[in-house]
Design a protein around this ligand. Structure first.
Ligand code: GAL
Length: 740
């Protein structure tokens, strides 16, 4: 029998605030709420709440009877992430504590389990902002929320087992490439039986290479490196072809497999050089955004599908090639999706400006190790961030974080984000937040990546007037243009992908920083059109006006006037009221370096007192009309859309999908001032995560729908007070039972 992993996300009992007795075995938890993990310790409005509402110590309990097959094996409870500190009890006995909400931890249950009886796993979850744990101790511009917000599982392994595997492709661009597979063993006892380790590189079921090693009989062996070579042809992992392989390690006792560990890898050569960033020997200008993994209503407690969706939005809708996981290690599901989609990632440790005392630094050093050991096989990750975002220099501390990272992973370069230019560089890449709006300062170090720009310098909402919305687009475009103009800039990662909840000391006064290219519901603002438009038209033809169509929203009226249109077409023809107004080309004067400069025009005008007419824009490539966009002059909300991201969910009580509301004109153009309370009715095996009724803002909004633990069809009806009802149906399929 090899290892067994039992997901343990259903049937938790949640009791709200913990009491001194609530972790005891005999505690009466009959009044507790039955919940599934990921779980938020409290549900919140999407804005204007008090973050103290989630800052408390709560208790979770899970009753279970160990299966007979766990006997004789070592049993661990694996926690993906508990915000921010967790103390774990089994049957009332305190087994351990983990400090830090963004990294996984394991508690060994072996020797404490009661056989043939019910056991109670209780977790006391401290979601206060404890100054002894990063990122706390100062002020931070984001919220951390609370709860057991990542998956839990029970793992049973033999006495000696594989603890981790780091498979490192080496010499990737050479036909004689190989993979060094470092297997970490735990619990090794004097070997009596002839234990062997066998590793194999696989492409699905096909084995490309294998290697076996007999383990010497010694007690202090913790890791073994084995080389897989003569691989034959392999496909490289690249942005358009993110090819993945697996490495499987078997621990064997004679012919019997006693443990198995599988990781996914990709063959890619990624490096920051004085001439920019290269992937597989080809220079790639990095164009990306920072992402917080927080969502409306539940903070970070969103399941795999929803976490993965953010990577899809970044890669497929906003056309980024890199994301920074600001400012902490993010959901493994998100990183898996980055691997599968070909989206590069810069991952960093938790922290924001503040450096705490020795104890705090110790947690930060653990965070470096936990992050790297969790994520070192992801081909998407090309840089580790080992400084506290925007902190001061601290030589001794950062010498330690660098040393830990280099010791664990010799294959990747290291960065660490700072916000001043004369900071001591112990890392490889000078990763720098440069918010200077009009120019990027020259790098002081040959390897340079701009890791934040625009952000708080220009918060922008759907409902802002047309001048501000267009300037928002220009600001992102200007920085990318400057970065594109110099080979020694690796590129830039703008602030940020999505609006996010924050403390009252930041943001617009409603607990939100409106810094996103998309709003908090992941609905794009006009600036997202700029990012989209930088893709090759063979991938997607993009034509996104950066304005809504009105005569009087800008100062002095007369239409948007100087209009900005993001497109990867070669030429645009603008028609107002059916009459050709202008033929325009990409604005290479303002944007000499971009692959697809935005178009600008001063012809989008109307006269105050005259009839305001519809706008039509035709886009041309190679002389052919390839796209048309229309915007109505009627000034009426005409369409109401209800759009689920997914047609089907799994009925495990966990799976969820976003459902977007959108009001448009008759041509599908956004109506940013549309309001109205949308009333929702749900039937079937689903529940709404969000506000009901939902008051539209900016003509848009969203809730999430979570499947219950049944199958069938969810029927969601959304009623707009003027535009009527829309219905969405989501199928829910039967889930695999958890088994414990
Ligand atoms: C940076 C910081 C980010 C965010 C941003 C707002 O200084 O690193 O977390 O606060 O400013 O623009």
């Amino acid at each position: 029998m090899t290892r067994s992993i039992y997901p343990m996300n259903q049937n938790w009992l949640y009791g709200g605030e913990a009491t001194p007795e609530s972790t005891e075995i005999g505690f009466d938890d009959s009044s507790f709420e039955r919940v599934t993990i990921p779980h938020a310790n409290t549900l919140l409005p999407w804005h204007s709440f008090d973050d103290r509402d989630y800052q408390f110590i709560s208790v979770y309990r899970r009753h279970f009877t160990p299966l007979a097959d766990l006997r004789g094996r070592r049993v661990f409870a694996d926690f993906g992430g508990v915000m921010t500190a967790a103390t774990v009890f089994l049957n009332g006995e305190r087994l351990g504590e983990h400090r830090g909400g963004y990294t996984p931890f394991t508690i060994e249950l072996t020797g404490h389990l009661r056989w043939d009886a019910e056991n109670v796993l209780a977790v006391e979850v401290d979601s206060t902002e404890r100054p002894d744990i990063p990122p706390f101790g100062g002020q931070i511009d984001y919220l951390t929320f609370g709860g057991i917000y990542r998956e839990v599982s029970l793992r049973a392994v033999p006495q000696t087992f594989i603890e981790n595997v780091f498979a490192q492709p080496v010499n990737v661009l050479d036909a004689r490439r190989w993979v060094d597979v470092r297997c970490f063993l735990a619990g090794l006892e004097p070997i009596e039986a002839p234990l062997t380790l066998a590793v194999a590189l696989r492409d699905e079921e096909r084995v490309l290479a294998r290697q076996t090693t007999a383990l010497p009989a010694r007690t202090d062996l913790t890791d073994v490196v084995m080389r897989l070579q003569d691989l034959g042809e392999v496909d490289l992992w690249d942005l358009d072809t993110p090819r993945l392989y697996t490495v499987v390690a078997h621990l064997m006792d004679g012919e019997k497999i006693t443990d198995e560990y599988t990781v996914r890898i990709g063959f890619r050569d990624a490096r920051f050089t004085p001439d920019g960033f290269t992937l597989n020997g080809r220079r790639v200008k990095l164009r990306g955004l920072n992402r917080h993994q927080t969502y409306p209503y539940v903070g970070q407690a969103m399941p795999a599908r929803v976490q993965r969706r953010d990577a899809e939005i970044l890669k497929r809708e906003i056309k980024c090639n890199i994301v920074r996981t600001s400012h902490y290690p993010q959901s493994p599901h998100f990183l898996d999706a980055c691997d599968e989609l070909g989206l590069l990632a810069f991952e960093e440790i938790p922290g924001w400006q503040h450096i705490g005392g020795e104890d705090w630094k110790q947690v930060a050093c653990c965070n470096v190790e936990e992050m790297i050991r969790r994520d070192w096989n992801h081909p998407s990750i090309v840089l580790w961030g080992v400084r506290i975002n925007e902190s001061r220099d601290d030589h001794a501390f950062y010498a330690r974080t660098n040393e830990i990272a280099r010791g664990l992973d010799p294959t990747r370069q290291i960065g660490g984000v700072r916000n001043f230019f004369d900071s001591e560089l112990l890392e490889d890449v000078y990763t720098m937040n440069d918010f200077n709006p009009n120019y990027i300062r020259p790098p002081h170090h040959p390897l340079y990546l701009n890791t934040e720009f625009v952000g708080h310098m220009f918060p922008t909402k759907h409902i802002d007037n047309v001048e501000r919305v267009q300037e928002h687009v220009h600001r992102h475009a200007r920085v990318h243009d400057m970065l594109a103009g110099r080979d020694d800039f690796a590129g830039g990662i703008g602030w940020c992908a999505f609006d996010y909840n924050t403390h009252a000391d930041f943001g617009s006064g409603d607990r939100i920083c409106y810094h996103g290219v998309s709003d908090i519901f992941r609905i794009p603002k006009p600036v997202a059109g700029f990012y989209r438009s930088q893709c090759d038209p063979a991938e997607d033809v993009v034509l996104e006006p950066a304005f809504h169509w009105s005569i009087g929203d800008k100062s002095e009226g007369g239409g948007p006037g100087t209009g900005l249109i993001c497109s990867n077409c070669e030429q645009l023809k603008l028609y107002i009221g059916g009459e050709l107004r202008a033929e325009i080309h990409p604005d290479r004067e303002q944007y000499p370096n971009l692959a697809h400069p935005p178009f600008t025009t001063d012809q989008l005008t109307g006269l105050w007192g005259q009839v305001w007419s519809d706008l039509r824009i035709d886009g041309y490539i190679g002389g052919q009309k390839v796209v048309t966009k229309r915007m109505s002059a009627r000034g009426v909300d005409r369409e109401f859309y209800l759009e689920p991201d997914d047609a089907a969910l799994v009925g495990d009580g966990i799976d969820a999908t976003r459902v977007v509301f959108r009001v448009t004109d008759e041509f599908d153009a956004a109506r940013p001032f549309a309001t109205g309370a949308v009333t929702l009715t749900i039937e079937g095996p689903g529940e709404i995560i969000g506000e009901n009724p939902f008051a539209l803002t900016g003509g848009v909004g969203a809730v999430w729908v979570r499947a219950t633990q049944e199958s069938g069809t969810i029927r969601l009806e959304a009623k707009h007070p003027v535009l009527g009802s829309r219905i969405a149906e989501i199928r829910v399929t039967e889930a695999q039972p958890e088994g414990i």
